[in-house]
Design a protein around this ligand. Sequence first.
Ligand SMILES: [Zn+2]
Length: 320
Amino acid sequence: MAYEYKWIKGREIVKMGKWLLLLLIVVVGGVAAYQYGWFGGDRDAPSAATQPATGGAGTPASSPSSSSSDQPSAGASAKPADDVQASASADGQDSPDDPAALPAWAVDNLPGDTIETKGEIAVVTNPASVHVLVNKKRNLPSDYIPEDLVVPDVPFSFSGDSPKKQMRKEAAAALEDLVAAAKQDGVTLKAVSGYRSYKTQQSLFDSYAKKDGIEAANRYSAHPGQSEHQTGLTMDISGASVNYQLTADLGKAKEGIWLAEHAAEYGFIIRYPEGKEDITGYTYEPWHIRYIGADAAEAVYESKLTFEQYFETLEVGAKR
Ligand SMILES: [Zn+2]
């Protein structure tokens, strides 16, 4: 009897041990499943299917699983919930009040933010930007020399080497495209004058002033530091119709007409348009094209404004 009793007890201990082991597996498994996020998404379908089998033991461990095995439907509804969250956070990114839509190219180049006074001279702080605004009120630093000057592969109106054949790399590539496109349309453009150093501009202006007087020279030539040619982003262009001269007549010639219509497609603007002398400070120059990048050039061209006026509209918009 004693033996039998002992044996039964032994069997019960084994049985209890089995239940404890099962309980342990369910608890550990449940915790692991919870930690690894198996209750979210598609993966909880198989785990939910296994739960009822162990859940039959009536263990407390089945409770976390039963909440997730609210089931295929719970798994299905989890996805739309994620979508709602995603779209909500996307909306959140859009909503912070951005200052009135400034084009990306203008953000760091607004005239009001890119000027400092040195002595009595207002000097631009972004001389190396493709979008720098240079005029009689906005000087380039006297020591500014672009670092990436190259000679564009286009025909020139003169032969031999000269510093004035140069442009900055990006502008040079754009000019090559522009001249090639004109050629396709049967219009031959030739480059006349590009980069000009501060010193060269200085001696040029001095010689004009000596010949015509300072006031007259002021209307057609730039003071050193005030010439766009120092940026390396400008080229004077002409054609055979006007004997490759830099003259207002170019505006009525086929070369000048093509240039005015298509320059913006290649990132250039006619910087000194007709009738805008009081704004740009210069008489009409149909030959002087300035590279400002395609996005900016198209915008300025469409607006029919000068570069100065276009920046003004952006600054007014940004303050609103
Ligand atoms: Zn020019």
